[in-house]
Design a binder for this molecule. Structure first.
Ligand code: AG3
Length: 287
């Protein structure tokens, strides 16, 4: 019998993916977690009926979220990832030669466990000695760092690797959270968050960009193509206290981005720069 997974993406539009089998299905304390095996995309993680990634194209999102801010920064030693329990963003960040330490704050420990079990190539760095995992609410975590206001606790890079702005992730798209994140960055720090589809989430992008612009010396939106996400075009919003997020920092002028071990399938210095070149309809959203 044929089986298909449907994601209703906008209420009026969605995608369907043929499934070979259901490898895992459980309701955690926070959400419904499903792992499908699919002929088109390989194993696929679905949270609350929304596709988070597929084995075949997770590299786009994870490289672009994990590497653009890191390579815009002169020397990012300490990184905070909110969400990202699958480990994809952490795996990418560690490709930056300066990164010494990553704190990963994932509210749902089940996502970490499922990713380790079913997606070892994505979760491969979760056991790295440089990565510390906290199973707690990222909003509270960041508010604590901000309140403590101790330079030694702050970060060079903060990444928001969240689900859509509904359910557990809703608070990760709010002003008070963004303010606390800005206050948890060191001087010269860079922030980046996944900010959904420019085709379907105009208002969200407009609101987030406005806040980030207020909070940082520099702010920019960049995009990448993720076939399984709503509309296939995905956005990330970056805010930076000092360095221009749109360019690879001088400090990497001798760095070999084509190096074998790095295994970069999407990101390159050229893609870094070009991902900030926006079509007019997105520029208009940001005006
Ligand atoms: N986070 C963003 C996924 C959003 C996709 N939305 C959807 N399918 N409706 C992905 C997390 C991967 N680390």
């Amino acid at each position: 019998m044929e089986s298909w997974f449907f994601e209703n993406q906008t209420g009026n539009f969605g995608i369907k993916i043929r499934i070979k089998s259901v490898l895992f299905h459980e309701f955690s304390h926070y959400q419904e977690i499903t792992v499908y095996d699919t002929p088109e995309f390989g194993k696929t993680l679905v949270l609350d009926k929304a596709v988070m990634f597929t084995e075949k194209n997770e590299f786009v999102y994870h490289e672009m979220l994990g590497l653009v801010p890191a390579f815009a920064h002169k020397k990012p030693e300490k990184v905070l990832i909110i969400g990202g329990g699958d480990g994809g963003a952490a795996r990418e960040c560690l490709k930056n030669p300066f990164v010494k330490h990553i704190d990963l704050v994932e509210i749902d420990k089940k996502v970490v466990d499922v990713s380790k079990e079913f997606f070892p190539e994505i979760a491969c760095r979760l056991g790295d000695e440089r990565v510390r995992i906290f199973a707690e609410d990222g909003i509270e975590f960041i508010k604590r760092i901000n309140l403590n206001d101790k330079e030694s606790e702050k970060y060079d890079i903060i990444l928001i690797d969240s689900t859509d702005p509904v359910g557990p992730a809703e608070g990760l798209f709010r002003r008070d959270f963004y303010e606390a994140a800005a206050g948890s960055l060191k001087e010269g720090g860079i922030f980046a968050a996944q900010t959904e589809s420019p085709f379907f989430n105009e208002n969200l992008i407009k609101d987030v960009s406005k806040i980030i612009k207020e909070l940082y010396a520099k702010s920019s939106l960049y995009c990448a193509a993720v076939p399984v996400y709503p509309s296939g075009l995905w956005s990330f919003t970056a805010g930076s206290k000092k360095y221009d997020p749109r360019t690879v920092n001088e400090s990497y002028k001798d760095f070999d981005f084509g190096g074998q071990g790095l295994n970069l399938k999407y990101y390159s210095p050229e893609i870094h720069a070009s991902s900030f070149v926006l079509p007019n309809f997105i520029k208009k959203i940001l005006r």
